[in-house]
Design a protein around this ligand. Structure first.
Ligand SMILES: *Cc1c(COP(=O)(O)O)cnc(C)c1O
Ligand code: SF4
Length: 369
């Protein structure tokens, strides 16, 4: 069957090619001339593409780019993948490694910051390079990717450290690994008695949903329970294919799926955009887990929303939509302090024998103790 992809300028591909995740990876769009076949880019965007990709590669799957509005430069998909000249601005607080992940690294590829859980970087490859990426210092560069020997050292470390209750497979994208490699890694982790749960952090359900196959679901089901945290930032990313493959992941893979979004200026910093995203996720079987303040990674200041604005947005959302749909707004402290919740303040006053609260509608209520 011939499938004409959503943009007329793009070459025809068969449906089986389009739905093959390896085809999508091999046919990623990586430069301006390929990009122009898909969407109309301004001369400013073209120039930014050239200068910024020297610092952080540009790359996008045909699938993900196909979600972008071909004309609108402010399209929320476009803003996530296309470089802008603001990326070259550096500000005093910008860091190469804002979360000091490299300083808490007991063995190559493992960040062990919190007492009970460790992050494990398994790949430096992603389907799409998100312009606000916290790990842009290393993702997109194949050099220095942890290899087989490093994996052994990491597994040894997890075995020795009985305080580790959880390992989080991360990257780059861990789903870039083959099913058999994932099967091997999950078997190793699940054979460690003190490991209570295993988690996968991946953006492939967003940028490459065809990676979720029956075969992958079989592997994940074998290692039940698996928690998978994905990274949708806008309701435009919730396509029919996503809905179908998340359904498969939940039903056939028996996976618990959660989402962490990043609050991004011009992309999702409105009550409407966040509400659509949170309802949309819940509708297809994904529980919103975190909304992150954008990290202070170099060249990302144009994405950052003031914390007061984020708190106010969440205050308007909490109470007006189901609690099940509402994630926790957090900031990951620059320097490696870990995540800190950013709750709105509802307590107006503490009296000698009562408290005064302001509810989500702005009304005052006094309760005793
Ligand atoms: C975010 C993070 C985790 C996971 O934190 P949760 O709050 O459990 O989701 C673990 N380790 C590091 C280094 C992290 O940055
Ligand atoms: S998928 Fe994650 S690790 Fe990869 S570029 Fe995007 S934010 Fe960075």
């Amino acid at each position: 069957m011939e499938l004409v992809s959503s943009h007329p300028k793009q070459k025809k591909v068969s449906e089986s090619e389009w739905l093959d995740w390896k085809w999508q990876i091999q046919n990623r769009i990586k430069d301006g001339s390929e990009l122009e076949k898909t969407i109309r880019i301004s001369s400013e965007e073209k120039e930014a593409l050239l200068t910024c990709s020297e610092v952080f590669n540009f790359s996008a799957t045909p699938y993900y780019l196909g979600l972008a509005d071909p004309e609108d430069p402010n399209c929320p998909i476009r803003l996530q993948v296309l470089p802008r000249k603001e990326e070259l601005h550096t500000r005093a607080w910008d860091r190469r490694d804002p979360l000091a992940e490299e300083s808490y690294m007991p063995v190559k590829g493992v960040t062990h910051r919190y007492p009970d859980r460790a992050l494990w970087y398994l790949s430096h490859v992603c389907a799409v390079y998100c312009r606000f990426c916290t790990r842009k210092r290393k993702v997109s560069q194949s050099a220095d990717t942890p290899g087989a020997e490093d994996w052994k050292d990491a597994i040894h470390y997890f075995r020795e450290h009985t305080e580790i209750k959880e390992v989080i497979l991360s990257g780059g994208d861990p789903l870039n690994l083959s099913d058999s490699k994932l099967d091997y890694l999950l078997s190793e982790l699940k054979s460690i008695p003190h490991i209570n749960q295993v988690r996968i952090h991946t953006r492939y359900p967003v940028t490459l949903p065809m990676r979720i196959t029956r075969e992958l679901c079989q592997v994940l089901k074998k290692h039940f329970p698996i928690y998978l945290v994905t990274h949708f930032n806008h309701s435009k990313e919730l396509t029919e294919l996503v809905k179908e493959r998340i359904g498969m992941l939940v039903k056939e893979g028996a996976v618990t799926v959660l989402n962490q979004a990043v609050l991004l200026k011009g992309i999702n910093n409105s009550v409407g955009a966040l509400t659509d995203l949170f309802y949309g996720l819940t509708k297809i079987g994904i529980k919103p887990y975190y909304l992150h303040q954008c990290d202070e990674v170099f060249g990302s200041s144009h994405f950052r929303v003031p914390i007061e604005e984020g708190v106010e947005l969440m205050k308007q959302i909490r109470g007006s939509i189901s609690g099940l749909c509402v994630p926790l707004y957090v900031v990951d402290l620059t320097g490696g302090g870990g995540k800190v919740p950013l709750p709105a303040n509802y307590l107006e006053e503490t009296k000698t024998s009562s408290y005064v609260f302001r509810n989500y509608k702005g009304d005052l209520y006094e309760i005793g103790f």
